[in-house]
Design a protein around this ligand. Structure first.
Ligand code: SF4
Length: 228
């Protein structure tokens, strides 16, 4: 069972996000006068995790069927999950304080600061998911399993409405995350998704299907490089 500590990260990792070229002068000159961005981010982001691992019953050409009777229809997801035995389902959130602060800055017409904070919040939530994903990957590799790329409802051909199914399986209330009628998560700086666990056959190489490698969709924020 993974817990909040499995998505915790070091201050240096936040620095790495802050020093991205897109934030330009904010990296060096501080933020909101005396406070620095790293401190602000640490004060406002409270990473929390909720997850479950479900056995897969079978997979047909378009649908992944779980043993608990739930199914997810998406031909791309079905292909990604080919050979998988289990599905890891998760929600990660950094809470609402950061977006509330970004909204406050926006109301004060400090739009650039609001934008930088909001964008860093998204990157921090993604980073927390990556920390979780890499922890699971390391753990299962030692047990002879590989992991697929991760996917979220709304990407590729997976209907966003399947968020409701993920939330039925998870106790997301426990970490303060809920779903609106239009399947948006509250707080906004939350990421939900799934990835698969499959037995490694030769124990040496990991090669999983990556639909992005031949997808022609332009500007997709979720495009991934091949796993190594
Ligand atoms: S680029 Fe990848 S994530 Fe984006 S739609 Fe194509 S297959 Fe899906």
């Amino acid at each position: 069972m993974y817990e909040a500590r499995d998505i915790s990260f070091e201050h240096a990792e936040l620095d790495h996000l802050i020093k991205r070229r897109e934030f330009g002068r904010f990296s060096d000159s501080g933020f909101r006068g005396s406070e620095d961005l790293n401190g602000t981010l640490r004060d406002l982001a409270s990473p929390a995790l909720c997850h479950k691992i479900e056995r897969i019953s079978y997979i047909d050409h378009s649908t992944v069927h779980l043993r608990n009777g739930m199914s997810f229809t998406s031909p791309i997801l079905a292909k990604v999950f080919d050979h998988c035995e289990e599905m890891v389902i998760f929600v990660v959130s950094i809470g609402s304080a950061l977006e509330e602060e970004a909204a406050r800055l926006s109301e004060e017409n400090r739009l650039t600061e609001a934008y930088v904070l909001d964008r860093l919040g998204s990157l921090t939530a993604e980073h927390a998911v990556n920390v979780f994903y890499n922890n699971v990957k390391r753990h299962y590799r030692n047990k002879g399993y590989g992991v697929t790329l991760r996917f979220s409802p709304g990407y590729c051909d997976w209907p966003v409405n399947d968020q409701q199914k993920l939330f039925l399986l998870l106790d997301a209330d426990r970490i303060g995350v809920s779903l609106t009628d239009s399947c948006l998560m509250q707080p906004r700086k939350s990421v939900s998704g799934v990835f698969g666990l499959f037995p490694l056959t030769d124990g040496t190489t990991i090669s999983t299907y990556n639909p992005c490698s031949h997808c022609e969709k332009k500007g997709c924020a979720a495009r991934r490089k091949n796993l190594t």
